[in-house]
Each structure stands twice: as structure tokens, then as C-alpha cells.
Write a protein that binds this ligand. Sequence first.
Ligand SMILES: Cn1cc(C(=O)NCCN2CCCC2)ccc1=O
Length: 115
Amino acid sequence: PIYCAKKTKTHKDELGICRVLLAELEAHQDAWPFLTPVNHRAVPGYRKVIKKPMDFSTIKEKLTSNQYLNLETFIIDVNLVFDNCERFNEDDSEIGRAGHRMRRFFDKRWTELLQ
Ligand SMILES: Cn1cc(C(=O)NCCN2CCCC2)ccc1=O
């Protein structure tokens, strides 16, 4: 098109995209390590090493209680899940590999949804 205005997204539009993205993350077969908060009693060292724990159920609670200002603050929390995973797990481990696959899936999906 000759004239291509950037379509701004309202707060409502962005939150709708967050809901879609979170549902797809939760449904992914590699989501199992990230669905609920890491049990720091069962995982030695986790509480000491990971200063800002985050998981998909916590993100869902924040989303439904309107704690995300926009898509960006939501993406920051999702990336925190994957950054925590990389910090605590070997790349060559079940959970480490799941984290890399989930991050790759997320990056692809939110860029697709924003095009
Ligand atoms: C993200 N992450 C997760 C764990 C973990 O053990 N999650 C529980 C996985 N189980 C699945 C069925 C019951 C619980 C450990 C380290 C870590 O960085």
C-alpha cells in the first residue's frame, strides 16, 4: 500500500495478545518445568541463586489481576522465566533444553503476532 500507518495497539489489544501467548506457552509440550513456581525446598540452592523467581502460573495471576501495564512488561516476565532457567540449569540437561525450546517458540510467536 502507498500509505501504511503504524497500527497502534490499545491496552486491551495488547492484553489480548498476552492471553493468547500465555495460553500457547502453557499448552506447549516442553512447558512442564515452568507451569508452577520452582519448589525451593525440593530444589537445593534455587532460592539462593535465583533472585526473582517467575513461572507461567504467576504470570497468569498477574495478567488476570491487571498487573501488566502493556505487552512489554509481560514479555519481561516471560523472559525472566527463561533467563532463570538458563542460569540454574546446564544447557545439556532436560530442563535446560526445554527452556531453550520454549524461548525459541515464544520469540517466534510474539514477533508473528506483532507483525
Ligand atoms: C525451571 N525449573 C524447574 C525445576 C523443577 O524441578 N520443576 C518441577 C518439575 N516437576 C514437574 C512435575 C512436578 C514437578 C527445577 C529447576 C528449574 O530451573
